[in-house]
Design a protein around this ligand. Sequence first.
Ligand SMILES: Nc1ncnc2c1ncn2[C@@H]1O[C@H](COP(=O)(O)OP(=O)(O)OP(=O)(O)O)[C@@H](O)[C@H]1O
Ligand SMILES: [Mg+2]
Length: 285
Amino acid sequence: MTAILQAVHLGMTYGGRFEALRDVDMTIQRGERVAIIGRSGAGKSTLLRIFNRLLHPTDGQLKLDGKDITNAQGRELRMVRQRVGMVFQQFNLVSRLSVLDNVLVGTLAQREGLSILPTIWRQFNRQEREWAMECLREVEIEHLAPKRATELSGGQQQRVAIARLLAQRADIILADEPIASLDPRSAEQVMNMLRQVNETHGVAVITNLHQVDVATQFAQRVIGLRDGRMVMDTTADNLNEELLEMLYGDQLENAQHPSDADARGHGVIEPQGNFNDASLPQALV
Ligand SMILES: Nc1ncnc2c1ncn2[C@@H]1O[C@H](COP(=O)(O)OP(=O)(O)OP(=O)(O)O)[C@@H](O)[C@H]1O
Ligand SMILES: [Mg+2]
């Protein structure tokens, strides 16, 4: 196996005061499926956001293919974000665009020098359109291509988000609780889709999950964070009750039997704040 992403003594202190991550050492192999679990506030989202440099760590280093990208900027940072893509709990599609255009936006990551979404979204060539359709076919929603993002169910929207990352030819997909807003059936389909993308294309998938059973079914390796520290790194097969108790303490029951609280509403959430940073292809950032 070859290392693709490496965290070296990574730390994150918010606002100079709150230490959300401390001394995280982690190596992700090319094509691996990894789940990150831990209590709410353990630092899971912070870590994923550092992994594609949406956040800048306050300590340590981040390496992609052995190259230090901790302080990458400009063109290099765009390359990092093209290769390390993110799927969010709330989908983050551009609601006014069609499904196909949302995926085409992913192909922009291959281009240079474009910065304004509204003026370019009609300028895709035939090759790019065909590639975007192929990516939609891959996640089995080709037939939805002309629909608006707002017309889709939560599970369908999440598949569009995955297709967009395929379109941008990401090597690593970071998924921050990708199924937390979905009903159980859609959740299963989305996890299956992430697995398929991993197995077919060798894309590494690192996902934060609240449900331990989903984590062990999906991932080959399960990493546990507690209070900002990495306290567990094990194969899914070796994850046992003792480790889980160490990780979750009195919240273990919640993690093993999540209530329907996870089946929150669906629907496109309008982007807020630094939406571009987070979910748009890297050529636009
Ligand atoms: N922008 C911020 N400023 C200050 N503190 C923050 C910020 N973002 C997160 N934190 C704090 O850092 C800690 C880790 O947050 P993070 O969102 O990474 O946890 P998490 O493991 O993803 O939690 P959850 O399971 O609830 O999503 C939390 O205590 C949180 O309150
Ligand atoms: Mg989180």
